[in-house]
Design a protein around this ligand. Structure first.
Ligand SMILES: [Zn+2]
Length: 265
């Protein structure tokens, strides 16, 4: 085994230089401007990577899930998602798709990298109506268009590992990267950014953004006792509600121009 001094003191191999070149290229290509907030994020993955990772994981989940797409609520889920997707800032031909999954005990919904979505029947009593569901799905779509899933992978695995992976090495790692892209808890900053994007998308789609506050309060109220799965990765506290209120002004002005579009036709 090489000691670290020898490793770093040795003449650098051509492999080192190609890795350095790949890293430099990745940095150039990796600046992504987040829709709505305008934040510049560092994400060495391509949009196609987002779509492939999401599609792989989605196929796995769908294989083992009991779909409830024939239930009457599915029409509402589909309509809500269609309206939000129509106004979302798509980073590059996302393969938007949603299924309703029959799990009354699962209070959860998500949108994977690349736009593949699921709503669990267990969250419908908390969302109550189409506008409540729009709060959840606009937030989840916010995570996907901001590409939070793949952005988090750099921190999780380290930049050099990701650069090697994207350069075609360690192909067997793609499975664990795909899993991590959907299972890593979102950071507080990502949550707040998804909230901000979600409010704007709700308003653009003609859903009353003020209902976001009411929904989060319902989620917080029902979390006494064992916290539902969705809440455990989506902390709802005073800071978050305060941030939502700060962003409501802009969302309300967008919504004011959309009121002729009834949210629940
Ligand atoms: Zn979230």
């Amino acid at each position: 085994m090489q000691g670290s001094s020898k490793r770093w003191g040795a003449r650098k191999s051509s492999g080192f230089y190609s890795l350095a070149a790949a890293t430099a290229l990745s940095f150039l290509a990796a600046c992504f401007t987040t829709p709505v907030t305008g934040r510049t994020s560092f994400n060495p993955f391509s949009i196609e990577n987002d779509k492939t990772l999401g599609a792989q994981s989605y196929a796995e989940v769908m294989k083992t899930s009991k779909l409830a797409d024939s239930r009457p609520e599915h029409a509402m889920v589909q309509r809500c998602v269609d309206r939000l997707v129509a106004v979302a800032d798509d980073p590059g031909n996302f393969d938007w798709e949603v299924h309703l999954i029959d799990e009354p005990e699962t209070v959860n919904a998500w949108c994977m990298p690349g736009g593949k979505m699921a709503v669990y029947t267990g969250i419908l009593p908390v969302t109550e109506d189409e506008t409540g569901l729009a709060v959840v799905m606009a937030h989840e779509i916010g995570h996907a268009v901001a590409r939070h899933g793949t952005e988090s992978l750099v921190q999780q695995f380290g930049l050099s590992v990701i650069v090697e992976l994207l350069a075609g090495k360690n192909a067997d790692m793609w499975g664990s990267v795909a899993t991590a892209s959907i299972t890593l808890p979102n950071s507080r900053d990502h949550e707040l950014e998804a909230d901000e994007i979600g409010l704007i998308y709700m308003a653009r789609a003609g859903y009353d953004p003020d209902q976001a506050i009411a929904f989060w309060q319902r989620m917080a109220a029902q979390s006494s006792g064992a916290p539902p799965e969705w809440l455990s990765t989506h902390p709802s506290d005073d800071t978050r509600i305060a941030a939502l209120k700060d962003n409501l002004k802009k969302a309300r002005s967008i919504y004011a121009g959309k009121k002729s579009w009834k949210p629940n036709p």
